[in-house]
Design a protein around this ligand. Structure first.
Ligand code: ADP
Length: 551
């Protein structure tokens, strides 16, 4: 704007200066012309007297640059101050001579040999009928300007410099109040009256913009809070796959560093499956994939975002399904194991029954076959019972209902139930700990824990071994139950796996002793429901001790 004002003011000054100079030159030239004409007329009058009284002195009577010609009334040149009169042509037809003959005096102007000067002629009819003519060179407008060039140039330069200074100052003066407008409070600024409507509009627009910015900030805050607290990852990208928004959950799930908006979404994950899903969404196709990333199983749902039939980006939702897929895997494994476990006794039962049906068993062997069938059926029943217990625990159908449970009384109940079994294997059972050690929980779950641990200690013991059931309180006041034996122990590498469903260290021994492979799984589940910790200590060939510590 400064420049524009300068240009306008300066060009106005320049145009005005040039016009003024041109007009001044024209006026001066007009004055000069009439001065020359007046001078010639005055001189001519004076010379007319000389021509009448003393014609011989005519040549010396005037200035050197003047040419004097005396012409007879028929046009014959009688005298000429610059040339030989006899050699000169008849002057009757000259304009000034004609005018003088007709009106007594005449004037004419003609080009000289040079372009820059013209000759001015003035003629006067003498009393005797002759014509006296005087001629003098007169400058043309061109030569006049050439003569004036130096002062004109100087004047023009002066005008240009002062014009430039005035223009700069003028521009500054005009711009200053505009620059001083406080755009935060435009209406409070005192500026040009003409700018008031504009300032008013700016103030109103500012109000609207401020409100819109506040709204946008508020919405952004809300969006950040909502997405920040989501367990699911959310990434929003534009059509060039640049991130517009990404929440912490998405970064965590992909194990990515902070990824600021504007960066490529592929900085979050470079896995090909993910790129394909993103490109498919940007091509307008919603898609779902399951991928592995940073040791997790992620479900990625990419949906295109449309605006006026055009895909302008995509929204990507990332869900951690590690646990779910692990559960699915375990469930599949469990189903396969269950089928297998059920099939084994059923196949035996079917085989025995087939032999009985076809009469291939001698009468004295029938009893033995019947007890085999009975044993396998019992196995089936305990297996099904264990499966039911586990699935009830899985479903959350059993909870620690907060009843008061005396650990020692459960221990003695279990001991009573298993004593005969232990005795039949030559194993001694012992009970340690005081009465009155109680927990808040579920009697049946504590019973399951104690029973399964004690039964295992009997099953996997050695002849003349011992099983000790113990209840007590830790130094930190937490109640515990412990089942220790002097049995075969668990190899180091199997310790971590014995709580898995159907995991057995020695399959045949487990089967032979009626094990289902689910006992310790039930213990682990029951402990989980009771919020108890399990600690297994075992030394191969020396014995095992399992401690369950309650909260
Ligand atoms: P099972 O019905 O086979 O006993 P469990 O889940 O109760 O199934 O136990 C899993 C496996 O852990 C057993 O098959 C056995 O090999 C091992 N185990 C459990 N308790 C003991 C123990 N007290 N001493 C030695 N090994 C044990």
């Amino acid at each position: 704007m400064n420049k524009k004002i300068f240009q306008v003011v300066f060009s106005s000054i320049v145009v005005t200066a040039i016009l003024t100079i041109a007009i001044a030159i024209t006026i001066c030239y007009g004055t000069y012309k009439s001065r020359v004409s007046d001078d010639l007329a005055a001189e001519l009058r004076f010379l007319s007297v000389v021509a009448t009284d003393n014609p011989a002195e005519l040549a010396d009577a005037t200035a050197k640059d003047r040419r004097i010609t005396l012409v007879d009334s028929d046009g014959t040149v009688l005298f000429d101050s610059d040339a030989d009169a006899a050699m000169m042509e008849n002057h009757l037809q000259r304009e000034e001579i004609q005018e003088a003959l007709r009106y007594g005096s005449g004037e004419a102007e003609r080009e000289s040999t040079t372009v820059l000067s013209r000759m001015m002629y003035a003629a006067l009819k003498l009393d005797d009928g002759r014509i006296l003519r005087i001629a003098a060179p007169r400058e043309t407008i061109g030569s006049f300007i050439v003569d004036m060039l130096t002062p004109i140039s100087f004047l023009l330069l002066l005008l240009l410099v002062s014009g430039a200074l005035i223009s700069v100052r003028c521009a500054k003066t005009i711009i200053k109040p505009i620059n001083e407008i406080d755009l935060e409070h435009p209406e409070a600024t005192e500026c040009y009256e003409e700018l008031s409507p504009l300032l008013g509009r700016i103030a109103r627009q500012q109000g609207i913009i401020r409100r819109q910015i506040d709204d946008a900030k508020q919405k952004n805050r809300e969006f950040t809070i909502i997405t920040g607290n989501m367990a699911e990852g959310l990434v929003i990208i534009d059509k060039d796959a640049r991130i517009l928004s990404v929440n912490n959950a998405a970064l965590d799930l992909f194990g990515a560093e902070d990824c600021p908006p504007g960066k490529s979404v592929f900085r979050i994950s470079r896995i090909e499956k993910f790129s394909e899903s993103v490109f498919a969404a940007l091509a307008g196709n919603r898609n779902e994939i399951v991928m592995e990333s940073s040791g997790r199983t992620l479900q990625v749902i990419s949906s295109p975002v449309h605006s006026q039939d055009e895909t302008i980006g995509a929204a990507i939702i990332v869900i951690d399904i590690t646990e779910k897929s692990e559960r699915d895997r375990l469930r599949r494994e469990f189903t396969a194991n269950v089928s297998h476990e059920l099939k084994t006794p059923l196949t035996s039962i079917s085989g025995f029954a087939e032999l009985l049906r076809t009469g291939s068993v001698p009468p004295d062997g029938v009893k033995e076959f019947a007890s085999d069938i009975y044993r396998e059926t019992q196995r089936l029943i305990s297996l099904i019972e264990d499966i039911i217990k586990l699935s009830r625990l899985d479903e959350g159908a059993v909870d620690a209902n907060g009843e008061k449970v005396d650990l020692r009384s459960i221990a003695s109940e279990v001991m009573e139930l298993l004593e005969n079994k232990a005795k039949s294997q030559g194993i001694g059972m012992y009970l340690k700990g005081d009465a009155g050690i109680c927990i808040e929980g579920s009697e049946s779950l504590v019973y399951e824990i104690f029973y399964n641990l004690a039964e295992n200690s009997i099953k996997y013991n050695k002849p003349d071994g011992t099983v000790t059931l113990e209840v007590g309180r830790n130094d930190d006041g937490r109640s515990f139950l412990r089942v220790s034996d002097t049995g075969i122990g668990i190899p180091e590498e199997d310790k971590g796996r014995v709580f898995e469903r159907f995991y057995r260290v020695d399959k045949s021994r487990s089967r032979a002793s009626g094990g289902t492979g689910l006992g310790l799984s039930i213990v682990r589940h029951a402990a989980m429901v009771l919020h108890a910790d399990i600690d297994l200590e075992s030394k191969l060939g020396e014995g095992t001790s399992v401690t369950v510590t309650f909260q």
